[in-house]
Every structure is written in C-alpha cells, then in structure tokens.
Ligand binder design. Structure first.
Ligand code: AMP
Ligand code: GLY
Length: 427
C-alpha cells in the first residue's frame, strides 16, 4: 500500500486554510486537522476545539494522536515555544523553536543579529530607558520609526513625522504600556524609502529554498491610505524581484541570517520571511517573520507545483538538500474581503452568500464560522479570494470575478490590489 500521512495545522485564518487546501490535493495525505480552524477548513479536514495558543492542549492532543507533521501558522505559539514542546515529545514540527522565533518576537534580538552579521538594515537603537531613547531621537531626522520590541499583532510600529510625535509614541509604549510588556523596550529607527517586498524562504537551518516573491497591501483603503491592517491583499511574483535581486538578497541577507542563527546555536526549521525595503542603496531588512505571511501564503501556495508535504517535512526533519521545489510560471493575486469597520471596530455575525465557483480561483476562509443559517462573519478579515493564471492581469481578473459572486452585509475590499505592478485599475 502507498504510504499515507497525517498533518495538524495550527491556526485558524486564511493562511491555514490555504495550507490545508494544498495538502488536500495530495492523495498521500489521509487526514488533516486544524486547531482551531474556521468554517472553510472544516471542508478540507477536521477542526479541533483547541486554540492556536494553547501550547499544552496541542501537545497533549499530538502525543495522543501522533500526527505525521505539525505545521504552525501564527507567530504567537511559535514565540511561546510550541515547536520546542512538540519536539520534546517526539513530534515532527514545521516552525522554529522559541529561540529562533525571537527573530519576529523581539525586534531588538533581530536588529542585533542583523548588525552582527553586517546585513543591510535601517540604523536603529534599542532602549528600555526613555531618557536614553530621547537623546538618541535627537540624532535621527524625521520621519522616525518607533517600534515596540515585542509582538503587538502588527500594530506596534509608528511612523512619526516629527520628534514630538515620536516622543508621544515612545511615551505611550514605554510608560503607558499600550502594547503591554511588548512596549517595555522600543526600537527607534531611521525611515527607509523604497518599495516593499516580501520574500519567503523555507529552511532547515542550513539550506534554504526561496518561494516566489510577493507584495502585500497593508493599508485598509485604496491608494494605500487609512489604518494599517493584517493585509488587504497580495500578489506574486513581484515584478521588481528580478533573478539578480533575489540572488543578492540570498547572498547578502538570507544566508548571513542563517549563519547568525547557527552561531547562536539555533537550528531554525521553518519559514524565514523577510520584509524588505528596496532602497536606492539596495535591499534592506525591515523585519523578519518566523512563519508564513498572511495573505502571502494564499498567493504562494497556488504557484507551488511540487508537493508541499515533501518541502515542509524535509525542513522539519532538518534536511532540505534533496528536495526539489518547482513553482509555476504564472502569477496569483488574493483580495481580502473584510468585515465592515475593520480594522478599528469590525462588525460580525452577517451571513455570507457564496455564488457559483469561478475556475482557477479559491476562496480561503479567515474570519468565518458555521452559524445556524450557514457560514457567518466571525473575524476582521473574512475571506481571502485568490485567482491565478498565466500573468498577473489574468490572476486579477479571476480574483475580482470571484469576489463579485460573494456577498455579505457591509463587505469591504480594496479594488486596487496589484496597482503597483499593474497601474491604476479595476472599477
Ligand atoms: P514591521 O512590523 O517592522 O514590518 O513594520 C510594519 C511596516 O512599517 C512595514 O511594512 C513598513 O511599511 C513600515 N516600516 C517599518 N520599518 C520601517 C522603516 N525603517 N522605514 C520605513 N518604513 C518602515
Ligand atoms: N502579511 C503580513 C504578515 O503576514 O505579517
């Protein structure tokens, strides 16, 4: 009999649905669980009533059910040591341990490593003493970037237009503790100018495999205006990411990062997701994430032609050297449909109507749950609707074609995803 596999996916957003969707296309995969999943993941596997940050609950479940692999979606359980706990009990995990996850969990840990490895990044200082922070502030010209050191659900970065604004942000973080302990230490950073690029590398700690480049749209409104969000859409590949640029990033950024982690005795098995700024002086690191991006995953996985299982398992087992990864020649775009009022005060509970399916698209659920009368809105980002095809324009037409079939009260989505690559478009 052919070998079969089972997998637990930790998390409950569009990223986790996309991971499950890709696994479900692999005939060798017999069973997919999600902790906790959403209304969409329930269609490709079984949802467990365990929260993604319940480290002990997940560990107990895994010891009993012995999944062939655990893939951890969000950063919070990784930073809290979920991968370490699972490895302790002999379960294979895709995702770094708590020490490696500090790349995302502590901006000063990340900055120290970048500086030590001479990796291009914004000049910065890290402070837990506000007086020292204020005197460093005097050395920076505006705008200045103020960052809470710890995890703040993507909200801990303030771009201050004046020293007064920077001082206020620092005071709120360090003294007002608006982000709790995450703001006890802050990073003050010079502002970099350029276009942003997301680059995902799957790594076993020594070898790395690059996935297609991507760009996301963080602001809630069209023309990149309004509040920052978890991401309102993404596309891949990014036209700016030429093969030469990718080689340069691998050589000057990703490999020295792995070497820096190894020098600390950290064996990093998971995704190294570099947030880059393409400046006039070349690519520089804005931040690292220790996991797949959301909504980037929703455009990267449709472009992956080789099996996801083989790639993630090999990284989890510590040897990527024999894995062949193929990505398609085409492009993909995802459009996030959000709840009304997102991100400040999202309104939940509306019934979602899905029309007929559109070929070469997928609807990834994020904030949804099964209600009495059908699928309901239960989170700020509700759906990530992805289209793919031979080029980005076709991918966009398909994604928006699929979006037009979906309805719920107060739905909000941007009509200009991909505008940097395609120009101003879509009515
Ligand atoms: P981060 O969480 O560090 O990626 O910051 C969130 C967003 O803030 C980034 O995606 C950038 O748009 C912006 N940002 C962060 N650091 C800088 C910087 N040094 N210069 C310009 N923009 C930045
Ligand atoms: N799309 C940004 C993130 O996943 O952090």
């Amino acid at each position: 009999m052919a070998e079969t596999f089972t997998v637990l996916i930790v998390g409950g957003g569009g990223r986790e649905h996309a991971l499950g969707w890709r696994f479900a296309q692999d005939p060798r995969i017999q069973k997919i669980w999600f902790a906790p999943g959403n209304a969409g993941t329930a269609k490709v596997g079984s949802n467990l009533p365990i929260s993604a940050s319940d480290i002990e609950g997940i560990t107990r479940w895994a010891e009993k059910e012995k999944p062939g692999l655990v893939v951890v979606g969000p950063e919070v359980p990784l930073c809290a040591g979920l991968a370490d706990r699972l490895r302790q009990v002999g379960i294979r995990v895709f995702g770094p341990g708590a020490k490696g996850a500090q790349l995302e969990g502590s901006k000063s840990f990340c900055k120290d490593l970048l500086v030590r490895q001479k990796i291009p990044t914004a000049r910065a200082g890290s402070f837990s003493n506000i007086k020292e922070a204020l005197s460093f502030l005097e050395t920076l010209s505006c705008p200045v970037v103020v960052k809470a050191d710890g995890l703040a659900a993507g909200k801990g970065v303030v771009i201050a237009e004046s020293h007064g604004e920077a001082k206020q942000a620092m005071t709120e973080m360090m003294e007002g503790r608006v982000f709790g302990e995450a703001g006890a230490r802050v990073l003050l950073e010079e502002f970099l100018i350029g276009e942003e690029l997301s680059l995902h590398a799957v790594t076993d700690g020594k070898n790395l495999v690059l996935l297609p480049s991507a760009q996301d749209h963080k602001r809630v409104g069209e023309g990149d205006t309004g509040l920052n969000t978890g991401g309102m859409g993404a596309y891949a590949p990014a036209p700016r990411a030429t093969p030469e640029l990718l080689l340069e990033v691998e050589k000057t950024i990703l490999r020295p990062t792995l070497a820096g982690l190894a020098a600390l005795g950290i064996e990093y098995r998971g995704v190294l997701y570099a947030g880059l700024m393409l400046t006039a002086e070349g690519p520089k690191v804005l931040e690292y994430n220790c996991r797949f991006g959301d909504p980037e995953t929703e455009v990267l996985l449709p472009l992956l032609d080789s099996p996801l299982w083989d790639l993630l398992l090999a990284a989890a087992e510590g040897d990527l050297s024999k894995v062949e990864v193929r990505t398609g020649a085409g492009a993909a775009m995802t459009v996030v449909m959000a709840a009304p009022g997102y991100p400040a005060q999202p309104v939940y509970g509306q019934r979602i109507e899905f029309g007929e399916a559109v070929p070469d698209t997928a609807i990834f659920h994020a904030g949804t749950k099964e209600g009495k009368g059908g699928v309901e809105v239960s989170g700020g980002r509700v759906l990530a609707v992805t289209g793919w095809g031979k080029d980005l324009k076709i991918a966009r037409d398909r994604a928006y074609g699929a979006v037009s079939k979906i309805d719920f009260q107060g739905k909000h989505f941007r009509r200009d995803i991909g505008h940097r690559a395609l120009g101003k478009v879509v009515s």
